[in-house]
Structures are given as C-alpha cells and as structure tokens.
Design a protein. Structure first.
Ligand SMILES: [Zn+2]
Length: 178
C-alpha cells in the first residue's frame, strides 16, 4: 500500500477524508490505522489487524465504512461515534468552544494573581516590573518571568539577576507600575 494513500467520501452530508497513520509502518504488529478527519477538524482513528505490508485498498475502504457519525450532544453537527475520544460525544466546534472558555478562566485567574503581586511589590517600593523571556543555560524551553526592581534595571542587571537561576535573558520589557 502507498504510504500517501488517501480516500474521500461523503457520509450523511459530511465530507470525510482518510489517510494512513504513520504508526502503521513505524511499529511492528500494530495493524493498519487510518486517521479520518471531518472538515471541522475532528479526527477518529479506526484500526484493522492487518499488517501495513499486506493491507489492500479494499481492506482500507471496508475500514472507512466502519466509521459512523452521530449527532453532537450539544448542537446539530454530526460527529464521530468514537467512545475512546476525549470529546465525549461533543462535536469539534462545541469541544473547542468549551476549551476556550476554560483557557480564558485560567488566564483571568493568572491576571488577578499578577495584579495582586504587582500591588504588593509596589508597596515595598519595587515599582519597575520586568517581563523577561529567558532560556535555561543547560538547555530547555523558554520561560516567561516577572521580576520587580526598585530602580529601572539595565539589561546587565536583569542578566545578573537571572544568572543565579542559570537562565539567559532572551528578551525583556520593563514597565514602570506607578
Ligand atoms: Zn456541537
């Protein structure tokens, strides 16, 4: 079977597209797995216990025909019938909407926390708020830090402050809070 095999079909008015998952040839005894997508981004992964080396197009089309669509729990959209999915019967649109609400809540909480901390620092005379992006000297992902100073810090001062934590300054912005 070609690794780039693709198949498109219409199920209950929804245009579906199937491709072969790389797991099918990356792992032994995995079988052949498809990733089937809806235009709104929802994905399901039907699998058949036939090795990728010997799977035929008819097997793959049979596998595509096992895909079922059901009505979303919350709206009229159709979504994959997939008990293993973390979408729990919600369509991709409803799932993303709910996830964005959750993310906004987290963001709001963080904003409140930062505001409180800034007020506390101002009371102690630390009126310069440096927002610094830095990366670990020993490797790793960038991190964002909030550091407060009594006097306007130069890049050197910020760098010296971070050196103790084994961090290198990548970029920074200083805000005078009062
Ligand atoms: Zn929905």
């Amino acid at each position: 079977m070609q690794k780039n095999w693709q198949y498109k079909w219409n199920l209950n008015g929804v245009e579906l597209k199937a491709e072969i998952s790389p797991c099918s040839w990356m792992y032994d005894n995995y079988g052949t797995q498809l990733s089937v997508t809806e235009p709104n981004g929802a994905v399901t992964y039907p699998i058949v216990k036939i090795p990728f080396e010997s799977v035929l197009e008819t097997d793959l089309i049979t596998l595509c025909n096992t895909v079922e669509l059901v009505k979303c729990n919350k709206c009229n959209n159709l979504t994959f019938k997939d008990p293993k999915s973390n979408r729990k019967g919600d369509c991709e649109v409803c799932f993303m909407k709910e996830m964005n609400i959750e993310l906004e809540k987290i963001q709001k909480k963080q904003d409140i926390k930062l505001k409180k901390q800034t007020q506390k620092m101002i009371k102690q005379g630390f009126i310069y708020h440096a927002i610094v992006s830095a990366y670990p000297i020993n490797g790793g992902d960038d991190i964002i830090l909030d550091i407060w100073f009594k006097e306007e810090p130069t890049k050197q001062i910020i760098a010296n402050t971070l050196k103790k934590s084994k961090l290198t300054v990548c970029n920074y912005q200083v805000v005078k809070e009062v």
